[in-house]
Design a protein around this ligand. Structure first.
Ligand SMILES: [Zn+2]
Ligand SMILES: [Zn+2]
Length: 363
């Protein structure tokens, strides 16, 4: 069945996975490593288009009670595949593009989620390895305000490497700002301090070209979290082949390029405005109008690596996300109320620090 596209080690025939640590495919059985090129040279089928005729389609589940969704929530739209290694049933939600069989540990890639309209153009293979992420999380959770019974060692096991779908928009923005540029001069005359203001009418227009502005296309991931772990360095972007998904989880997009476009547009138009403003060298600017027109010339689709951890503590949800290429992360943690009171009483921690912790954006 084609729900599983496996990649075999050219030396020993065992299933082979992408190694973030080594930056190549790594056989944990015989220890041989291969680049994608070497895999091809050794005759491994790594970049053949998927035969759409042979793709296994998911079976609908009406009353599913199990789930393997990446965020640990129970999805209503569950489907069923079968693991071609061990035959076990794989129950997952509709937007899952790759997972790991919980029974045999082999990689399961849902071909129907990466072909036709769902076929990604690019991928950035994982660079940050799991033990590094786990160390970072343990360090992060050693906050003075983390409750004593928050079991970090147990929680960290839930850390998952997930490829998140991103839309990449390229095009241009024509912008025009009009308003007043104000220059100020302050000087003393006798007992008076005099401020002289010179006001100039200003107009600036220009075109800003932009390339690959990323916006995640997954409804289930927190948009703000995904924005916070950016940027990704697109120098590592390579042509997509399913082999990179092997051993990781992957989501395919469930929000299309049109739906996600307003988020890209906002970023593009804000950037264009500040570029135009920067070109007007005055002490102060009073912008009366900003006209802009964004034109998209190309939309591409990429899978970008993230490490995600969802957990609950006393029925509250907590979340940790790391950029799987750069290691940049954000997250929130339970805060012990007892400790919080203690710290404030002792004056060991100021209001702003507590505020920042509660603000939950750490990185
Ligand atoms: Zn091998
Ligand atoms: Zn299996």
């Amino acid at each position: 069945m084609a729900s599983n596209i496996s990649y075999k080690c050219p030396t020993c025939g065992a299933e082979i996975f992408w190694s973030a640590e080594k930056g190549c495919f790594d056989c944990i059985y015989c220890g041989d490593t291969f680049t994608l090129e070497q895999m091809k040279e050794a005759g491994a089928v790594v970049d053949q288009p998927i035969d759409e005729q042979k793709v296994e389609h998911a079976e609908e589940i009406v009353d599913g009670e199990y789930t393997q969704t990446t965020d640990g929530t129970v999805s209503k739209d569950l489907v069923k595949y079968s693991c071609s290694h061990c035959g076990a049933e794989i129950i997952t939600d509709r937007s899952t593009a790759a997972t790991i069989c919980v029974y045999c540990g082999n990689a399961v890639i849902m071909s129907e989620q990466i072909i036709a309209d769902f076929a990604p153009d690019y991928v950035i293979p994982f660079k940050v390895q799991k033990n590094k992420v786990m160390e970072a999380f343990k360090e992060f959770s050693k906050k003075p305000l983390t409750p004593k019974d928050f079991d970090c060692d147990k929680v960290v096991d839930k850390m998952q490497g997930v490829y998140i779908p991103f839309w990449l928009y390229s095009g241009k923005c024509d912008g025009r700002i009009e308003g007043e540029g104000i220059n100020k001069k302050t000087y003393r005359r006798g007992d008076y301090e005099i401020t002289e203001k010179r006001i100039h009418d200003i107009m600036r227009d220009g075109t800003v070209n932009f390339e690959m502005v990323p916006v995640d296309g997954s409804a289930k991931t927190e948009d703000a979290a995904m924005d916070s772990i950016e940027p990704y360095d697109f120098k590592d972007l390579v042509k997509f082949t399913p082999a990179y998904l092997s051993g990781f989880l992957a989501e395919r997009f469930d929000e299309d390029a049109d739906k996600c476009f307003p988020r890209a547009q906002e970023r593009i138009e804000n950037t264009t405005r500040s570029e135009l403003e920067d070109s007007a060298a005055y002490d102060e600017l009073d912008i009366k109008s900003y006209q802009k027109k964004t034109t998209i010339e190309k939309t591409e689709y990429a899978m970008l690596p993230t490490w995600l951890l969802y957990t609950t503590y006393k029925e509250e949800k907590f979340f940790f996300a790391m950029n799987g290429q750069t290691g940049k992360f954000i997250g929130n943690l339970p805060i012990s109320k007892v400790k919080l009171v203690l710290y404030s009483l002792l004056g060991g921690i100021g209001g702003t620090v507590v505020g920042a912790l509660l603000g939950m954006i750490l990185g």
